[in-house]
Design a binder for this molecule. Sequence first.
Ligand SMILES: [Fe+2]
Ligand SMILES: [Fe+2]
Length: 142
Amino acid sequence: MTTQWYEGLKTGIEEIDIHHEGLFEKIHELVDAFEQGREIAPLRKQIIFFEGFLVSHFALEEVLMRKFAYPDYSSHYNEHIQLANNFSRVINLFEDGEMTPHLASVAVNYINNWMKSYIAHLNLADRHLTDFLKNRWQEKLP
Ligand SMILES: [Fe+2]
Ligand SMILES: [Fe+2]
């Protein structure tokens, strides 16, 4: 796995950084599960939990965007939808049949690629949002 969490990914908003770091941890656990040759049923469960975590993280950012009238809400929101949909497609790779080492490596490859798009979102769209939020919060200080 090439995508490790590092300090440079922090945005400076603790609540968001905790989520981001948690997402990395969960993705690593999922990749480990594939590499350890787990069966489809527990893998599917782990994927569904990750989707829930991902969607609740996106929801936090969306609430903040609406609350502070973020001007790029719709493009950021669309990226969230795209990322969530793309992640969900991992399950289509092994809809039927049983898990094989080949299928596991295809899935890990898919997840690694998804992670790259997620990190790109984090570094651009999320950073843009968190810079905006930090400015707004500063303005409100006496
Ligand atoms: Fe985001
Ligand atoms: Fe985020």
